[in-house]
Design a protein around this ligand. Structure first.
Ligand SMILES: Nc1nc2c(ncn2[C@@H]2O[C@H](COP(=O)(O)OP(=O)(O)O)[C@@H](O)[C@H]2O)c(=O)[nH]1
Ligand SMILES: [Mg+2]
Length: 341
């Protein structure tokens, strides 16, 4: 199912005092132009009524827009759902949405009540008093909403997650830093990858598309700094953010630099491989050696020895040699897995 990134429209959620300030400021700018001879009391009542209306509509509009911008939790794809659960407590979120709607209705009712009160007063002083009383009651309704707005304001952390096309397989590119992951993504995907953010990590995530003759064949995801060291070294929340990637149908391209010019010894790179394949047990994986242009025969032999049991591909990610074969093999494996289940 193709799903638009469900958090893209999430708007900034203000605190109650920010919301109150905006509303009151807007209403204080209201002026009423009337012919000089008109009744002073009538003009004052009109003005107070307009101010009350401005406050009510600023607040109810904002609360409605906040609510409408929030995702439909129950229909989220598991990938997005897991990340959503990392950011907010879902029960608390549902309560917050409910209470936000309710607060909006209360403000609406208060507006009606005070509008008719203002229409009935007999002096300008009373009109101003009614308006101030309305302000006080609205402010206290919003203050009650403080915790709820705080919960809702967390959701925007997911605004910059990548858009995933769930109709095609996803190839996750993994391997130690500097082994050639970004170069690999550039080789196999077209155009600029979409750069997005991943919550609770300072990490970005890049999504590129592999094109076939009949459109998109797969998407390649590069996770700089995420899947490049053993998972045991991650804090809990980062680990969960990584584990959410399990929800993406597809496989893993694991790159190893046998020349060690990446700065990481072969043994370390193999540790990362073991940790990643343990985490993504159910996913097909293809291992490839990079930098074949500068790798010696000894480099390759030594690496193959350490990788016994794996079928290993060889590539040059600078000249893009052997990279397409890695993708093709992975897609074959993914298809086979899908056929089995
Ligand atoms: N000689 C050679 N250098 C490569 C190859 N692939 C990548 N590099 C270089 O290795 C460095 C790291 O590459 P990059 O793709 O950014 O690795 P990443 O950190 O895994 O994303 C860069 O300086 C690349 O130019 C390759 O196949 N051969
Ligand atoms: Mg990179």
């Amino acid at each position: 199912m193709v799903q638009e990134q469900p958090f893209r429209e999430v708007i900034d959620v203000p605190t109650p005092s920010q919301l109150i300030d905006t509303a009151f400021r807007r209403s204080s700018r209201i002026s009423v132009k009337v012919p000089a001879k008109r009744d002073k009391l009538l003009v004052a009542k009109l003005k107070e009524e307009m101010r009350v209306r401005a406050v009510a509509s600023t607040i109810t509009d904002k609360l409605r827009r906040i609510k409408n911008s929030m995702p439909m939790v129950d229909s989220l794809h598991p990938f997005y759902r897991d990340l959503f659960y990392l950011v907010v407590d879902v029960d608390r979120f549902k309560v917050a949405l409910f209470r936000t709607s309710k607060a909006s209705k209360i403000v609406e009712n208060l507006y009606r009540e005070y509008r008719s009160r203002i229409r009935r007063v007999g002096s300008t002083l009373e009109a101003a008093r009614a308006r101030r009383e309305f302000y006080g009651r609205v402010a206290s309704v919003l203050r009650e909403l403080e915790g709820d707005l705080k919960v809702l304001s967390e959701v925007k952390k997911l605004r910059r997650l990548p858009s995933i096309d769930f109709e095609v397989p996803t190839i996750i590119v993994s391997g130690a830093p500097n082994v050639g992951k970004s170069s690999f993504v550039k080789c196999v995907s077209t155009a600029q990858p979409e750069v997005a953010e991943y919550p609770f990590t300072t990490k970005r995530i890049e999504v590129g598309h592999v094109m076939g003759q009949r459109g998109i064949l797969a998407q390649v995801v590069d996770t700089p700094g995420l899947l490049d060291r053993p998972l045991e070294e991650r804090n809990n929340i980062e680990r969960q953010a990584i584990v959410a990637l399990k929800n993406l149908e597809g496989g893993i391209a694991f790159l190893i630099d046998p020349t060690e010019t990446c700065g990481f010894p072969l043994s370390y790179q193999v540790n990362v491989l073991q940790s990643v394949s343990e985490t993504f047990k159910d996913k097909p994986m293809v291992v490839a050696l990079t930098k074949m242009d500068i790798a010696s025969k000894e480099h390759v032999e030594r690496a193959l020895e350490r990788l016994e049991g794996y079928r290993v591909f060889l590539c040059d990610t600078l000249k893009c040699e052997g990279t397409k074969e890695v993708v093709e093999e992975l897609l074959r494996k993914v298809k086979k897995c899908a056929g089995r289940s």
